[in-house]
Design a protein around this ligand. Sequence first.
Ligand code: PGA
Length: 277
Amino acid sequence: MCGGYIVILPRKRRTRKIIYMDAKRTILIVCNWKSEPDTPQQVQELVQGVCRSVGEGQSVLITPPHIFIPTANQYITDARASLPVGAHVLLGAQDIMIDSESASVLTGEVSGDMLVSFGVSHVLVGHSERRHVLGESDDVVQKKLSSVVAHGMIPVLCVGESKRTTPRIAADFCIAQVLHACSKGLCKKLCIAYEPVWEIGGREHIDIEYVRDVLVYIREKLNVDIPTTQVTFLYGGSVRCETALELIHACPIEGLLIGSASLDVGAFSCILKSVYS
Ligand code: PGA
């Protein structure tokens, strides 16, 4: 057993293949559009493409750039009535303003209230591109996460090691990032996206066994501080149609965080079909 999962080892144990099965496991697929696309027309095409692709009982979270949140919200709202039974297309954001006692207004920032007013339910925090390229520290990530929670939204906390190492070292690193961002009791609902930084950005091959081992350790050890039953675990980094189903089968996760492949409706709908097959 691992968390709430039943681990099924195939007869030939030496293959080290493990299948995670959980009848109650609901899968969430997150589209991280990063700083694309360029125009509202492309947003319309993408949102409508996602809404056409999503099937019965499937859940997709779209996180567009801030400037396109109102446009995406409008097309999601328009499509909602014609979605299949039990299908959900949710709206997320890629960033949030820190709630600061010293500054209640900050030039260029987008507040939690603004996000909520456009129907945003989830916010990405701690993505490696913001940590490494924009220099967001663990303290900033913690403040942003608190701001998400204070506004009643769900944080999607991204964690991951920069270089390939051993699964145990990687897991310890990720747990430290989680515990820095999310103090005990703060996160009643939390998504954790494990994204090994070295796997992000369209690599050909994902080391699924490594990813699985890291996630198994994270779930086991984190459970002491944050009950992992209240956490939705995702994997992100170069997910493609060819690898999506294997990741879902092999790893103790409840979903995937998809970057570049989520900007191609064909590739994305292929991922949805395979994950829910
Ligand atoms: P990718 O991006 O799927 O293009 O690797 C994932 C991410 O950065 O979140």
